[in-house]
Design a protein around this ligand. Sequence first.
Ligand SMILES: [Ca+2]
Ligand SMILES: [Ca+2]
Ligand SMILES: [Ca+2]
Length: 252
Amino acid sequence: MNARQAMTCAALAAAVCGCGTRTEYVAPRPSAQPPARHEACWTREPIRIDGRMEESVWKQCTPILLNALERRGQSNTDVRIAWGREAMYLFFTCADPDVWGTLSEHDGKLWEEEVVEAFIDADNDGLDYVEIEVSPRNVTFDAWITRFPPTREEIPIFARYEAVGMRTAVVVHGTLEDRSDRDEGWDCEIAIPWSAFEETGGRPPKAGSAWSGNFFRCDLSHGQGEYQAWIPVRGSFHQPDRFGNIVFSGGN
Ligand SMILES: [Ca+2]
Ligand SMILES: [Ca+2]
Ligand SMILES: [Ca+2]
């Protein structure tokens, strides 16, 4: 481990469930912020959760480009949101010259490695939300965060929540095990059934309903941490008062 990697690891060791530390973020200028509202695209077609963007809804859906919370690197990320009768769907597209991951345990500390994250407040009350994380190894973490920022002790308690029925798939464009070569990136497709939000107060949305949420990515290529978000945050990732609106357009 070189000095830079050691610094990154030290910073991550201080992180709690949301990749990063309190002191290392500088929010972009207001003019650089995207509108805090995004439309989820309605779809009737079955979504095959295979990590491949073959469904027409993904091609029609405007992506959210995540913003770097620090310096701009070379790892652009976007996420598309779709919805159908049964589930909410997400598709993350992650450019990445160095895709890796070692953790293999569900509900492990995925935020200490490379990961994409969705924070979803399904009843839009700002009091709690579901946190979903998926790693390039397609390992998942799901938690119901009811106090924020959560403490280290609270994380295992909140992670007892299970998004029952959630399906995820990852396609790595490169080699996950070989960090000496140059990768292109990785894609992640997620289906979260509406029923998984019920115990958090969420009911299946109707056309025009608005939920709130934020999306993140931790990219730790070659020991250099880059943290990205839809809605910029400062200090903690767990800021539901800053979540963006997710509006369910079209459909039922
Ligand atoms: Ca697909
Ligand atoms: Ca869990
Ligand atoms: Ca990477």
